[in-house]
Design a protein. Structure first.
Length: 178
C-alpha cells in the first residue's frame, strides 16, 4: 500500500514476505552498519521477523513507522524512510537509510522531505526530531534542509553511542546528557 509519493519515489508499507530480502541487504549494507548499527539480522527469516516485530508493531502502536522507498520509474527498492518513536524523545524522529548504490543521488533528501511533509500535513505532527551518528554529516545536512536545527549531542537510553540531535523549531528541549 502506497503511503506517500514524491516526484521520483513511492513510499509504501513494508511487508515481511515481500521485503525481507531487500531489508536483509539494507541491514547489512556498509553504510547502515557504520552509521546506524548492526541489528544482527543475517538471514531472510530474521529480516522478515525484524519487519514484523519492529515495523508492523510500530504501524499498529504509533500509526507510523518505516516505509519501503521505491523508485517510481522502475520500482527499484532503494531503502527505507519514515518515523520512529524512540525512548528518550518526546516526539517521533525522521529516519532514512538507502542501499549504498543509491546514495549520492538525492533520494535520501527527497524521501526525508516526503516523510516530513506527511508527518505534518497528514499526521498533524509538528514537533519532529532527527538523530545522526556523530560522523554522519550528510544526514545532518538533510535534516537541516528540512528546517530543523542542531540541538547538540545526546545519549539516548537505547543507543550504545551518543548521537547528534536535530529538531524542528519549537520542539521541546530534550534533557538527555551526552
Amino acid at each position: 500500500m502506497t503511503v506517500m509519493e514524491s516526484p521520483r519515489l513511492r513510499l509504501r508499507a513494508l511487508e515481511p514476505g515481500r521485503d525481507a530480502a531487500a531489508m536483509l541487504a539494507l541491514l547489512n549494507d556498509p553504510g547502515f552498519l557504520r552509521f546506524i548499527g548492526d541489528r544482527q539480522v543475517r538471514t531472510i527469516a530474521q529480516a522478515a521477523a525484524y519487519i514484523a516485530e519492529r515495523v508492523l508493531h510500530s504501524y499498529a502502536v504509533n500509526g507510523f513507522g518505516m516505509y519501503a522507498v521505491e523508485r517510481r520509474a522502475d520500482g527499484a527498492w532503494l531503502g527505507n524512510a519514515g518515523l520512529v518513536q524512540r525512548d528518550g524523545l518526546p516526539a517521533p524522529d525522521i529516519g532514512y537509510a538507502l542501499l549504498q548504490q543509491y546514495t549520492g543521488q538525492g533520494y535520501a533528501g527527497e524521501a526525508a522531505q516526503t516523510v516530513f511533509a506527511h508527518a505534518r500535513s497528514t499526521l498533524g505532527l509538528h514537533d519532529l526530531y532527527g538523530i545522526t551518528d556523530l560522523d554522519n554529516t550528510a544526514s545532518g545536512r538533510i535534516l537541516l534542509s528540512l528546517g530543523m536545527t542542531g540541538r547538540g549531542v545526546i545519549q539516548l537510553p537505547t543507543l550504545p553511542q551518543p548521537s547528534r540531535l536535530y529538531a524542528t523549531p519549537g520542539a521541546p528541549v530534550v534533557q538527555v546528557p551526552a
